[in-house]
Design a protein around this ligand. Sequence first.
Ligand SMILES: *[C@@H]1O[C@H](CO)[C@@H](O)[C@H](O)[C@H]1NC(C)=O
Ligand SMILES: *[C@@H]1O[C@H](CO)[C@@H](O)[C@H](O)[C@H]1NC(C)=O
Length: 333
Amino acid sequence: MGVISLPSRAYRTHPGLFASGFALVLIGLWCARHLLHDAWTLAALPLIWSHHADRFYISAEHDAFDVTFASYSINQTSAAPFPDRVPPVLHHISLGAGASTHSKWAEVRQSCLDMHPDWEAFLWTDETADALVAEHFPELHAMWTSYRYPIQKIDALRYMALYHYGGVILDMDLQCKRAFGPLRRFEFVAPAAHPTGFSIGFMMASQGNAYVRQLVDNLRRYNRHWLGLPYPTVMFSTGCHYASTIHTFQHNRTDLKILAGPKGNRRMHSLNGPVSTPIFNHLGSSSWHSYDAAMIVSLGKNHGWKLPLVGVAAVGLAFFVIRRAKRRAMLRV
Ligand SMILES: *[C@@H]1O[C@H](CO)[C@@H](O)[C@H](O)[C@H]1NC(C)=O
Ligand SMILES: *[C@@H]1O[C@H](CO)[C@@H](O)[C@H](O)[C@H]1NC(C)=O
C-alpha cells in the first residue's frame, strides 16, 4: 500500500479523470518531443563521443601523421605533398566588450599572422560580423543579434565564418609557435577536450564544409534557455558541448579530425587553462578572449549572479514537493 497503489485507486474511483490525465501526459510528451530529443542528444555526448574514436582521432597508424609535430618544420604552411583542403585564411573574433582590450592582444594575434605570411587574415568586429551574418546568413540574423550572452554570438560567428570562407578560427589569446601547414590536408580539425568532445577556440575547416554547415543549421534548434541557467545555455546552444554533440551525430566522422597527443600524453594539445602545446602558447584566463574567460565575463555581466539563487530555489522546491507528496500518500493510506 502507499504511493504505489495511488494510480490504481485513482483509476477505480475516477476512471475518466485518470484517463484524461494520462492523455494529457501523452500529449505533453508529444508536444515536448523535440525538446526531449535535443536534451537527450546533449546528455548522451559522454556515452557516444568515443564511438569509433580511432577513426577520427589523428594518429600515426591511420593517417601517418606525427601528432607531436616534431618531424615538421615550424615554417610549414602547406600540407604538400598532400593537397591543401583548408584554405590559407585566419579568423580572429573580437566582439563587444572584449574589443576594447583588442590592442592588448594585437601582438599575440600578430604571432599567428607572422607564422603565415601571405595568408588572408580577418579580424571580425561588431560591424563586420554583423554584415557577414546579415549578408550570408540572413535567416539567422535576428536570432544571432538577440542571443542572450555575448559569447553565444562569438561562437555562432565562428561556425558561420568558417563555413563561408574556410580556414582557421583562433581565440585571441592563442600565440602561435608554428605554422598550421601539416594539418591543412584534413577537411576539419579541432583539438580534443577532456574528458569528451573538442575545443572550439581553435578549428580548421575546408570552405563550405558539410559538418560546419550542420553547426550553422542546428543553431536555431538548440537555441534554448537550457535549464534556465547561463552556463548550460551557452555550452548547449553554441559552445563546445553543442559542437561536439553535432559531431557525434554525423554519419561518417572519419574526416572530422580531432587532434590529441600520442598514447601516454593524450592531453598534449588540450587548450584548458594557460598551457603550452606543440602549436600554441595559450595565454589563458587573464584574457577577455580566451574561451573560458569570455564566458565567465559574459555570464558575470548578465545573469551569472542568479545561479546560486536558482539552485537554492530548485532544491527548496524539490523538498516541498516531496514532503507534500509523502504527506498526501500517508493521509490516503
Ligand atoms: C623559419 O623562418 C624563419 C624566418 O622566416 C627563419 O629564421 C627560421 O630559420 C625558419 N625555421 C626553420 C626551421 O625553417
Ligand atoms: C567514411 O569516410 C571515409 C573517408 O571519406 C571512407 O574511407 C570510409 O569508407 C567511410 N566509412 C563508411 C563506413 O562509410
